[in-house]
Design a protein. Structure first.
Length: 405
C-alpha cells in the first residue's frame, strides 16, 4: 500500500519528466521537495567536474521579505570546490544523506562544518537541514539537494526519517530528469553554436565580421517581439536570421570580393546567394532551418516588387524575410565595412525612411524606429573591433598549437 506521500511522488515524477528547461526544472524540483518536507528554504547544487555549482534556491522567508525576483538576484549562481568541509561537499563526496536536527550542535571534530556567513549577512537562522545526494541511474552523483528548516506550524523542527526516505526517492527521479534536461540543453547549444559558426564562416568570406550576424539576430528578435509575435516565433527568427547570407559560400571570390561596382552579369550571380542559401537549407524537418530557408530566400525582396530573387510584392513577402531585410540593411548602414565608415544616426534613419513602404514594410519600420533604444544597446554590445575584421585572414600570427586545445 502506497502512502499518500509516495503516491504524490509518482505524480511528481511524471511531471518532472515533461520539463526540459533546466532552470524551470530545478525550480520545480525545489518547490516539490519543500512541499514534501515542509521546508522553509532549499537549494540545489549541481556537480560539474570537481566543482559544485550553486544553481537555484527557494526560500519562503526571503520570498516574503523581498519577493521572488529580488531574492533570485541576491542568490546568484556561484561555484565552490567539492571538499568534505562543507555540508553539500561532504554529501557529494560520500553520496550519503545528512539529516541534521540543529546545525549549531554539529560537533567541532566532525569533518564538515556549517558555514553561517549567509545567515549572518541576510538575517536568517538555519536550524534543521536535510541534505540529499542526487544520484543518476548509474549511482553517479550529479547534484546535491539541500533543504533547510522543516516547519511544524511556525516552529522549526528536525526533518523526520519519513522526510529523508521520500526525498531520497524523489531526488533520484529528479536526477534523471536533470540529466535529460542537461542533455537537451547541450544538444540545443551545440546546434545553435554550429549555426552561428557556419554563418560566421559565410560572412568572413564577404569581409564581414561575426558580430554582423549577432547584431542582425538580435535586431530581428527585437522587431519580432515588438511587433507582437509570440515568444516562440521571436526566438525562431533570432536563430534563423544568422543564416541569411549562407548562400554566399557558393559565390566566386572574384565577384564576392570585387572592389568597386559589379557588372550586371556579376550582379546577377551575386543575387543568386539567396537561392543557393535556400537550396542549402531545403528538405529539413527542423523548424529553425525551415525558417532559415525562408529568410535566406527572401531577405532581399522589397515591398514594391523590385527586390530579388522572386520580385515578391507587399504581403507576398514572408514576415521573417521583411524583418531580416530591415535588420540587415540597418546594420550595413550603421556599422563599419571595409569600404565605408558607419553613417551617422541621422543619415541611417533618413535612408531607412526613404525606403518606407517601397523597400520596407511600413509597420515593421515603424516598430523598428520606436525600438531604437533597444537596438542601440545591441549595437554597442556587439560593436566591431579592428581585430574582428581579419580574424580568419591573419593566419600568420596564429599559434596553431592553440587550436589543438
Ligand atoms: Fe544577403
Ligand atoms: Fe548580412
Amino acid at each position: 500500500m502506497l502512502t499518500d506521500g509516495f503516491k504524490e511522488l509518482l505524480n511528481i515524477g511524471i511531471a518532472l519528466s515533461s520539463v526540459h528547461d533546466l532552470d524551470k526544472l530545478l525550480d520545480m524540483i525545489l518547490t516539490e521537495a519543500q512541499k514534501l518536507t515542509s521546508a522553509d528554504s532549499g537549494s540545489i547544487y549541481l556537480v560539474e567536474g570537481d566543482k559544485l555549482i550553486f544553481k537555484t534556491s527557494r526560500s519562503n522567508t526571503y520570498f516574503k521579505r523581498w519577493g521572488e525576483k529580488k531574492t533570485r538576484e541576491i542568490f546568484k549562481s556561484f561555484e565552490m570546490p567539492i571538499t568534505k568541509q562543507s555540508i553539500a561537499g561532504y554529501v557529494a563526496l560520500t553520496c550519503q544523506p545528512l539529516n541534521i536536527p540543529d546545525v549549531q550542535t554539529i560537533p567541532q571534530d566532525f569533518e564538515f562544518h556549517y558555514n553561517p556567513t549567509l545567515d549572518k549577512k541576510y538575517d536568517y537562522k538555519t536550524v534543521s537541514m536535510l541534505v540529499i545526494p542526487m544520484l543518476n541511474r548509474d549511482e553517479k552523483i550529479i547534484g546535491v539537494l539541500q533543504l533547510i528548516n522543516s516547519l511544524s506550524g511556525n516552529k522549526i523542527v528536525p526533518f523526520t526519517d519519513e522526510h529523508q526516505k521520500i526525498t531520497t526517492s524523489f531526488s533520484s527521479q529528479a536526477a534523471v530528469a536533470i540529466q535529460n534536461a542537461k542533455l537537451t540543453e547541450d544538444l540545443k547549444s551545440a546546434h545553435f553554436d554550429t549555426i552561428f559558426r557556419l554563418s560566421a564562416a559565410a560572412e568572413y568570406r564577404d569581409k564581414e565580421t561575426g558580430n554582423h550576424i549577432k547584431r542582425v539576430s538580435h535586431y530581428s528578435k527585437i522587431i519580432a517581439e515588438n511587433l507582437g509575435l509570440s515568444q516562440q516565433d521571436s526566438e525562431l527568427i533570432f536563430w534563423s536570421s544568422p543564416m541569411h547570407d549562407i548562400g554566399k559560400l557558393g559565390i566566386p571570390d572574384a565577384i564576392l570580393q570585387k572592389p568597386g561596382k559589379l557588372t550586371p552579369e556579376e550582379r546577377a550571380v551575386m543575387e543568386q546567394h539567396t537561392v543557393i542559401g535556400a537550396m542549402v537549407l531545403k528538405d529539413t524537418t527542423a523548424d529553425v532551418l525551415k525558417k532559415s530557408r525562408i529568410v535566406a530566400l527572401t531577405h532581399h525582396e522589397k515591398m514594391d516588387g523590385t527586390g530579388y530573387p522572386l520580385k515578391l510584392k507587399g504581403n507576398e513577402i514572408p514576415i521573417e524575410g521583411k524583418i531580416v531585410a530591415l535588420a540587415d540593411v540597418y546594420d550595413a548602414l550603421s556599422s563599419k565595412r571595409c569600404y565605408k565608415e558607419p553613417f551617422s544616426d541621422e543619415k541611417v534613419i533618413s535612408i531607412l525612411k526613404e525606403g518606407n513602404g517601397n523597400h520596407f514594410d511600413e509597420k515593421i519600420l515603424d516598430v523598428f524606429l520606436s525600438s531604437i533604444n533597444e537596438i542601440n544597446t545591441i549595437r554597442e554590445k556587439y560593436s566591431d573591433k579592428e581585430e574582428d575584421f581579419d580574424k580568419f585572414a591573419d593566419f600568420k600570427n596564429i599559434n596553431i598549437l592553440e587550436l589543438l586545445k
